[in-house]
Write a protein that binds this ligand. Structure first.
Ligand code: M6R
Length: 599
């Protein structure tokens, strides 16, 4: 979703801002803009579409040592140049970029800004006009900024330029992510550390309802009463090379290929020198103390949660409910006596999940976050964090984060089972090493996946069927396919088709069937027969040991609980090639954002 960058220092800000915005491209956006301030005033450049289009219209001769930039993912008003940020106040003195949603912007217009004319349809413009109104009423800009923040309801990350003061950027945050980066002779602002890694790896974390006065020498954090807040910077643990594509055509393919390494890294990080699972005692205790786990997540992370439920129930004997965050928050079920909330989120910034976290914390419940970004909002605000160690995931379609989530959930379930004294015939560390080798073998066989994509996916729709744990992988397979190739795809429990959906099967309808579970192998094959009898073009992907004549592809054998980490790989690759061959923008599918920071 929207991304913010800012720079103040000794160099020209233009290129730093544009580079920063390119690094934020992965979050998803539909227009972009920058504002550069110099002694002639502010110069604003905005364009619909990609940063490349913005680059074309930026005047190369304009230079300025301070500037802000923005990628916009439209919420209020269509994606066009007018609605793109930065937005300027009526007099042109103030210039603002904003992430998030201001819920009371109509009320603010009514209360304070009657008679003002607005050029865009955005909620953001109300903020900048309101700051200017308070300045015109006699306030200094910082006071007007703070007063406006107090009046806002909703989520925001903001950066403000003042034509009359080239030495300051004012920034603020509430619910939306924002960091201030510190360096010698310059300071920067970014929604995500990755955007400014070329400048610094030292960042100040901001809490909700804080603002910062950023100059090139310092960054002073204050609360909404103007009181200075002391905070030490942290070092961003990201290697700049992790976020390069290298020789790959797409991040998605690179990230698919990284999965064996990610699984091995998880094994290393969660294994003690004596071969035991390494986990914080407080997390172990929280797992022992709970009588029911509520997994809260969205999209791919939700699909991983469904697999995690199997581990936690089957291995650790704890009842688990898996909930879609955006539903749970407005429709909370009856909770058990000692609930533990388990948030699964690649980004750690998903607003829907965060809304649940805020709600359950108010009720006094404990929360554990599984995330790829320790230090993210969901990580900071939960009681405990389990890192995924997958490295930055840039492609919008989640791949390595999904398999990492499942691997860490397996480790967590086994650790809890052992802590409860449950005897298990399952060593996750050993089994995950086998899984890593199996993924490697599949990644070495991409040509076959490309052929399957070509053979089966000339239709505008496709079905994925499986039973038990395979069903959950089918949900993920369908999500991958639809989000990047725009082929309408649905995952179904094999036995459920005949209760309605089978009506959609026509001659040559593609149906992918997973057969990795011995207990339901014959059943899923029966379901395949049902669709084939109605004309479907069925592609059976089975696991070694369970294969039958006619199966289109056989994946290596791994422990039956861990099959999702392996069986999802063909689906990821098939989706990739289907999207590629249809000319889709694989890494940045239309309408989607990597980090979904609005509810
Ligand atoms: O960062 P999160 O894991 O919380 O994001 C949740 C979903 O938006 C995300 O998993 C989405 O479904 C994937 N990008 C799909 O590939």
């Amino acid at each position: 979703m929207c991304g913010i960058v800012g720079y103040i220092g000794n160099n020209d800000s233009k290129e730093i801002l544009l580079k920063g915005l390119e690094r934020l491209e992965y979050r998803g956006y539909d227009s972009a803009g920058i504002a550069v301030l110099n002694e002639d005033g502010v110069h604003v450049f905005k364009e619909k579409g990609r940063i490349a289009a913005l680059r074309e219209i930026v005047d190369k001769d304009v230079e300025g040592h301070v500037g802000i930039g923005h990628t916009r993912w439209a919420t209020h008003g269509v994606p066009n140049r007018v609605n793109a940020h930065p937005h300027r106040s009526a007099s042109g003195r103030l210039t603002l970029v904003h992430n998030g949603v201001i819920e009371n912007y109509e009320q603010l217009k009514q209360e304070y800004l009657q008679g003002y004319s607005f050029t865009s349809e955005t909620d953001t413009e109300v903020i900048v006009q309101l700051i200017e109104k308070f300045v015109q009423d006699g306030m200094l800009v910082e006071e007007a900024f703070r007063t406006t923040l107090k009046a806002l309801k909703g989520s925001y990350a903001l950066a403000l330029l003042d034509n009359e003061n080239e030495d300051v950027i004012l920034v603020a945050k509430n619910k939306s992510p924002l960091l201030v980066g510190l360096s010698e002779g310059c300071n920067v602002v970014a929604s995500d550390a990755m955007a400014m890694l070329q400048v610094t790896d030292q960042f100040l974390e901001l809490m909700d309802e804080e603002y910062v006065v950023v100059t090139k020498e310092e960054a002073v954090i204050k609360n909404l009463d103007g009181i200075v807040v002391e905070r030490k910077p942290f070092t961003a643990q990201i290697d700049a090379s992790d976020i390069e594509k290298g020789t790959y055509a797409h991040y998605m393919l690179k990230e698919i290929d990284e999965q064996p390494f990610v699984i091995r890294r998880i094994v290393q990080e969660y294994e003690n020198a004596d071969g035991q699972i390494k986990l914080d005692d407080s997390i172990r205790q929280a797992m022992l103390d709970t009588d029911r786990i509520y997994i809260i997540a969205c999209g791919t992370s939700y699909n991983a949660g469904l697999v995690g439920k199997q581990f936690l129930e089957k291995l650790a004997n704890i009842p688990v409910e898996v909930h879609i965050a955006s539903e749970f928050v407005y429709n909370m079920p009856l909770l058990s006596q000692k609930p533990l909330f388990l948030f699964i989120s690649q980004s750690g910034e998903t607003a829907d999940s965060r809304a649940v976290l805020v709600a359950v914390k108010k009720l006094g419940h404990r929360a554990l976050t599984l995330t790829n970004v320790p230090g993210s909002t969901l990580s900071r605000e939960a009681n405990y964090t389990l890192p995924l160690y997958a490295g930055p995931e840039i492609a919008v379609a989640s791949t390595k984060a999904y398999t990492a989530q499942i691997a860490v959930l397996a480790i967590l379930a086994v650790d809890t089972a052992r802590a409860k004294g449950i005897a298990l015939d399952f060593d996750p560390i050993h089994e995950l090493s086998i899984v890593a080798n199996a993924i490697e073998a599949l990644c070495d066989n991409k040509e076959e996946m490309e052929k399957i994509a070509d053979e089966y996916l000339s239709h505008r729709n496709a079905f994925f069927i499986g039973r038990g744990i395979d069903f959950y992988v089918c949900l993920e397979g369908a999500l991958k396919l639809k989000e990047i190739s725009y082929i309408q795809a649905e995952g179904f429990a094999g036995g459920e088709l005949k209760h309605g959906t089978i009506a959609l099967i026509e001659t040559d309808t593609p149906v992918f069937a997973l057969a990795t579970q011995e207990a339901v192998n014959l059943n899923i094959r029966g379901n395949v027969k049902e669709v084939v009898a109605r004309g479907a073009n069925a592609c059976i992907i089975s696991m070694k040991g369970l294969e039958q004549d006619g199966d289109r592809f056989v994946i290596p054998a791994v422990h039956e609980l861990l099959t999702p980490i392996v069986s999802v790989i063909p689906f990821q690759l098939i989706a990739y090639y289907a999207a590629l061959h249809r000319g889709c923008d694989v890494d940045k599918p239309r309408n989607l954002a990597k980090s979904v920071t609005v509810e």
